[in-house]
Design a protein around this ligand. Structure first.
Ligand code: HAM
Length: 427
């Protein structure tokens, strides 16, 4: 006989989410959806793969994500596609294609694919909750988008999350700053870490983001973009900062915050969780992108948004020791039936239709075996139907959380069981 084949595993850097943990995911998505709805956003869903050009033009050919991390493939029709590495470019592509009325506010939950070196908080497939607003430059919207994210983190119980903000300026003021920074880096290139000593000319802004001590020492004394903004960008940024303080949202200016995609302009921000390891502590990030729609073939339309990684948010909750569930996902009743009577299936269906979370045993097992499963199920009550109950048109109701056996059991008429359970659930 041949050896059994080894079972398949989920690909490296990906993971399965099963119950009861999946209730946390459901709770997180539900909380975000409700919140987004209150801020006037509606759900947008776009394909998981796009023409590779959506990302080439959107996130930039020089970005790490594009150069090293994209999952690119050709289909049978020789079309070049990429699995989405992030949500924004696809949403803006959809905006350009459908031209909805502006301001257009859309939220999403999506897997994102990046070929990264997997470690805690960094995966090859992660999930993002995100929101985008297109069609307005109003700094009030920057503040609203940040408030949406900020309040979300609070609502799910996180207390040790800080907001970092910066402004990247618009295309023209960034270009003159990059010149200034390049002159400075040329003078100090020997002090940079190997990777940047050779590579800084490709994307000088990336050096600002480098965590290496020598690069940090060099850039700390160099010019900062936020000090070289044009009057218009400065004014926009000041209004964002004032708007945040008016809402009581604390923020820290982070002049070296450079986000990983080329599409950003003006406001950029990141939420970092202090409970997590510094290398992977960003639980959310985003910013304004005022040229992306044009790059994707649309009319010039400014936009702003953010994305937050579900896995990291859950890691941050765990690291802060938050155990409160985000969603009630427990059984109300467990039906134990030793008669096999067809009416029991009807009773189960009636309970479920009436909003009672109901489970039952299958395969006609013994009363003892079924009760064992009922005890383990976490249900509040067991509803027992044996030959005696069947003959009397009754059900024995057992409180599975009560220690007192006499108090824990009562007989209820079959016709009244649904309303009895419903009433008890409201208490
Ligand atoms: P991002 O900063 O690349 O931005 O990703 C957003 C969030 O996704 C991060 O803050 C982090 O929580 C999570 N994340 C990113 N990469 C990974 C990974 N490999 N494993 C686990 N979690 C990860 C964006 O993607 C932009 N689209 C955000 C945005 C929206 N900007 C404007 N609108």
């Amino acid at each position: 006989m041949s050896e059994p084949l080894p079972p398949f595993q989920a690909p490296t850097g990906t993971h399965d989410v099963l119950g009861p943990d999946s209730a946390l995911w459901e709770g997180l998505v539900g909380t975000f959806a409700q919140r987004a709805y209150r801020y006037g956003f509606s759900l947008v869903m776009t394909p998981i793969f796009e023409d590779v050009g959506v990302f080439t033009r959107g996130i930039g050919e020089e970005s790490d994500v594009f150069r090293n991390e994209m999952y690119v493939f050709s289909d049978r029709g020789e079309r070049r596609y990429a699995l989405r590495p992030e949500g924004t470019a696809s949403v803006v592509r959809a905006f350009v294609q459908h031209q909805p009325t502006t301001p257009w506010k859309a939220w999403y939950v999506t897997p994102a694919f990046r070929y990264e070196r997997p470690q805690a908080g960094r995966y090859r497939q992660h999930y993002q909750l995100g929101a985008e607003v297109l069609g307005t430059e109003d700094p009030t919207v920057d503040v609203e988008v940040i408030a949406l994210a900020h309040g979300f983190f609070r609502e799910i119980g996180l207390t040790r999350v800080r907001l970092l903000v910066n402004s990247m300026g618009h295309t023209a003021c960034r270009a003159s700053y990059v010149e200034l920074l390049s002159e400075y880096l040329a003078e100090h290139q020997d002090e940079l870490v190997d990777e940047h000593r050779e590579g800084w000319r490709l994307n000088p802004l990336r050096v600002l983001d480098c965590k290496n001590e020598s690069c940090v020492a060099v850039t700390a004394k160099g010019p900062m973009l936020v000090d070289h903004l044009c009057a218009e960008c400065r004014d926009h940024f000041d209004q964002v900062l004032a708007g945040l303080s008016a809402l009581g949202i604390e923020s820290t200016l982070a002049p070296r915050l450079v986000r990983g995609f080329d599409y950003y302009s003006r406001t950029t921000f990141e939420f970092v969780a202090d409970a997590l390891d510094a290398a992977q502590n960003a639980v959310g990030g985003g910013g304004r992108y005022d040229t992306l729609a044009e790059q994707l073939g649309g009319k010039p339309t400014s936009g702003i948004g953010f994305g937050s990684g579900v896995e990291r948010v859950l890691l941050a909750r765990a690291a802060e020791g938050i155990v409160t569930p985000l969603l009630k996902r427990s059984l109300d009743v467990f039906v134990v039936d030793t008669t096999g009577d067809v009416g029991v299936a009807r009773l189960v269906e009636d309970l479920r239709s009436a909003g009672v979370a109901t489970e039952r045993a299958y395969d006609q097992r013994s009363m003892k075996a079924q009760m064992k499963v009922a005890d383990k199920s976490g249900a509040r009550w067991a509803l027992l139907i044996g030959p005696e109950e069947l003959a009397a048109g009754e059900v024995t109701m057992k409180d599975l959380r009560s220690e007192d056996f006499n108090q824990a059991q009562s007989r209820v008429a079959r016709s009244e069981i649904v309303s009895t359970v419903q009433e008890l659930l409201t208490k």
